[in-house]
Design a binder for this molecule. Structure first.
Ligand SMILES: [Mg+2]
Length: 361
């Protein structure tokens, strides 16, 4: 049975664009696109985000800036100022931590909070979410949307339900009303490829999905089929991961020029794996969990991890091999990388037996 947790997903509204509108009042009633102006960049550049006026013209994040200009010729283009956004992101996270330390950051402007027990001793998570949104606004003059529920999947769907300045609650009793009419592409883990497969199986909404048996979903989708089976029933036991990396060693690299080929990713993996294997060997450590971190040009960060029963060998080739497998789980086509990281966690000293022997010796 699902334990009754209180989870909030907070998502700032059009974060980068809202910051720029806050700081430049002249842009407040104009369509604003956060991207390099394609007229000055030889048509290059990708939309990081757009304000709601620009969105009404069909502009959205990850769209080519040139296409955004076509859709909205009057748009103001503002080159992103990531150092500024990072600073404001830190301010927001400081406010989160006044409520709870169980905060899992998902992006600059997005986080899960587990407020089952919280520093303000507020019992009702809706009251807490409202207070938090108000405080975020008072301190940063930026608006946010919140989703409140008893797991991460539902909280995230809820925060997206009424944007901007939304506060949506999904109670256990309302799960069916909420999930059954939902288009299948809104379900977690349903990407572009999976959506086609779902449609081929005549699954267009939650109501179609819930009719499928567990066995049928697993037969069609593998392990993740079980996940879909649970999701549509409002079950998601994932904890809010607030202490991701307890003990870890790794390296990351940020790229000014976004990587677009698998060869460039291979170059990183070879460099990072060699360094990682070397450092682990030097410190006489080995680990059981390999983690890859990928951030795209839209500043979305995704990590994937692989945990083995036995320790990974501190061997460059092996780490490259598994690193690549993890990477392909995140981006198999349309490579778009601004930052890459390769980390080993679940560390332990090597050759315990040897140490004990020398102890006795
Ligand atoms: Mg947002």
């Amino acid at each position: 049975m699902e334990k009754k947790r209180k989870i909030i997903h907070i998502d700032m509204d059009a974060f980068y664009a809202s910051i720029e509108m806050r700081d430049n009042p002249k842009w407040r009633d104009k369509p604003l696109v956060i991207a390099r102006d394609p007229r000055h960049s030889g048509g290059k550049g990708v939309v990081a985000t757009a304000n709601y006026i620009a969105r009404s013209y069909g502009v959205h994040s990850a769209m080519a800036a040139a296409e955004a200009l076509e859709k909205c010729p009057d748009a103001v283009f503002k080159t992103p100022d990531f150092p500024k956004y990072r600073k404001i992101s830190a301010e927001i996270h400081t406010i989160f931590h006044e409520y709870t330390d169980i905060v899992e950051p998902i992006a600059f402007d997005e986080a899960y909070l587990d407020v089952t027990v919280n520093k303000k001793n507020i019992v009702d998570p809706v009251v807490l979410a409202h207070k938090l949104q108000w405080e975020l606004f008072e301190k940063t003059h930026l608006t946010s949307s919140a989703g409140v529920s008893y797991n991460k999947f539902l909280a995230k769907l809820a925060s997206d339900y009424h944007k901007p300045i939304g506060l949506t609650v999904v109670h256990q009793a309302d799960v069916s009303d909420f999930l059954l009419p939902l288009p299948i592409e809104k379900f977690r883990g349903v990407g572009k490829k999976t959506v086609l497969k779902m449609h081929a199986l005549n699954i267009y909404t939650g109501a179609d999905l819930i009719k499928k048996s567990e066995a049928e979903l697993i037969a069609n989708f593998g392990k993740i089929g079980y996940f879909f089976y649970q999701c549509v029933r409002g079950i998601d036991e994932r904890p809010v991961e607030w202490q991701r990396e307890r003990k870890s060693i790794g390296n990351e690299r940020t790229y000014d020029q976004v990587l677009t080929t698998i060869e460039e990713v291979d170059d990183f993996l070879n460099w990072a794996a060699k360094k990682l294997a070397g450092t682990l060997q030097e410190r006489k450590l080995h680990g059981k969990t390999l983690v890859i971190k990928v951030r795209n040009s839209d500043f979305e960060t995704i990590t994937k991890r692989l945990t083995q029963n036995d320790f990974f060998k501190n061997d460059t080739e092996i780490l490259v091999y598994y690193g690549k497998q993890l990477f392909e789980q995140i981006q198999s086509t349309n490579i778009n990388v601004r930052l890459l990281g390769l980390t080993m966690t679940g560390l332990a000293p090597m050759a315990d037996e040897d140490k004990q022997l020398s102890l006795w010796g």
